[in-house]
Design a binder for this molecule. Structure first.
Ligand SMILES: *Cc1c(COP(=O)(O)O)cnc(C)c1O
Length: 386
């Protein structure tokens, strides 16, 4: 079965008693031991029928062995890190979601885990970060917000020789565009709040693992930590995922047009979209089916940024991504505010950087909106300086 079909069919033909096409929401937390025997469901934290549909679906979509649904993307990452112990060290993407950095440095560091942040496109830097206690690689690709593409297959081969666990945050690509487990990764995580949910209305995280070494322990840790996805949220996520294929195609089509528009705009100097970076594009052509719907760009004059954000009429100035509505984020004060300035600068996340999650609106309306906001910003900035 092809991905589009799997997606549209999520939850269908699973409820055999009533034949419900839309899988029901099972709110019950407790389940009767009928005639003294478990039905396979005992207590909702351990297993819930609605959550299970989502878990089985994401495992299939990512071509892994087992899926685990969590209450948020951060909960998913926290749960995965629960596999490791005091003294373990990780090599992590330098350009990284700010919340992941905060979890690693301000929470997990208290439990004795340590992390080195390097440009994962640079083999020497990776080799240099390796320690005797290194246990894993944590990869974002394309990275957030600078859309740097790393060669996942190459890193997995390197990690395999050193017996390291490879964890990939696949939030930006989704299994529609990229399946890290087929490239050699062990564990994939998602902030399903983003593209998988797709409608800016459900907070969720997903984990998929391949191989018994990981699945058995993850099942245990997922249940033990208990940061599981609620049944109604699981249903919302399921409903969103059904249209993932259509949405991702449109996100990408719009993003490519807008990337071209921005690259040619006189008030913009650098545009980051994997399709515009020859090295990244080459890798993605090998390891993925597309370039995604996220764009970042440097505005030439940082003083214009507040005016641009204030004058957008369709695109919303808000902190998230992956929904049908276009959102603009200012990483320095929003998603990446918890990353120290020095490290942010090293990664290239400057005060001139804006990030655009391209929605599925008509691309001409988005272009017009950006154009008028840029124009207003130029006028206002000039006036202010007078
Ligand atoms: C949003 C995001 C997360 C965190 O997910 P939440 O659902 O907000 O907890 C992790 N990684 C990436 C790449 C994200 O964009």
């Amino acid at each position: 079965m092809r991905l589009e079909t799997r997606l549209a069919q999520i939850g269908n033909k699973k409820e055999k008693t009533t034949g419900a096409v839309s899988f029901p929401v099972y709110f019950s937390t407790a389940y009767e031991h009928i005639s003294g025997k478990s039905t396979g469901y005992d207590y909702s934290r351990t297993a819930n029928p609605t959550r299970e549909v989502v878990e089985a679906s994401i495992a299939e979509l990512e071509e892994g062995d087992e899926g685990y649904a969590c209450s948020s993307g951060m909960a998913a990452i926290h749960t995965v890190m629960g596999l490791f112990e005091k003294g373990d060290h990780f090599i992590v993407s330098l350009d990284l979601y700010g919340g992941t950095y905060r979890l690693f440095e301000q929470v997990l560091s208290q439990y004795g885990l340590t992390f080195s942040y390097v440009d994962l496109r640079n083999p020497e830097e990776i080799e240099g970060a390796l320690q005797p206690n290194t246990k894993g690689l944590f990869i974002e690709s394309p990275t957030n917000p600078l859309m740097q593409v790393v060669d996942i297959r190459l890193l997995c081969r390197w990690a395999r020789q050193r017996n390291l666990c490879v964890i990939v945050d696949n939030t930006f690509m989704t299994p529609f565009f990229q399946k890290p487990l087929t490239l050699g990764a062990d564990i994939v995580i998602h902030s399903a709040t983003k593209y998988l949910g797709g409608h800016n209305d459900v907070l969720a995280g997903l984990i998929v693992a391949k191989g018994e070494e990981w699945t058995e322990r993850l099942r245990f840790v997922h249940n033990s930590i208990g940061a599981v996805l609620g049944p109604l949220d699981a249903w919302l996520l399921m409903r969103g995922m059904k249209t993932l294929a259509l949405r991702m195609q449109k996100h990408q089509e719009n993003a490519q047009k807008l990337a071209g528009f921005l690259a040619a705009h006189p008030q913009v100097d650098e545009v980051f979209h994997p399709s515009l970076d020859p090295a990244g594009r080459k890798i993605l052509d090998e390891q993925a089916e597309g370039y995604g719907g996220m764009i970042s760009f440097h505005v030439k004059d940082p003083d214009q940024i507040p005016f641009i954000l204030n004058h957008l009429k369709i695109i919303t100035f808000a902190e998230s991504l992956g929904g049908v509505e276009s959102l603009m984020t200012y990483p320095v004060t929003q998603t990446h505010a918890d990353i120290p300035e020095e490290m942010r600068k090293k990664a290239g996340v400057t005060d001139r950087l804006l990030r655009l999650s391209v929605g599925i609106e008509h691309v001409d309306d988005l272009m017009d909106d950006l154009d008028q906001a840029f124009r207003q910003a130029a006028i206002k900035t000039k006036k202010e300086r007078r």
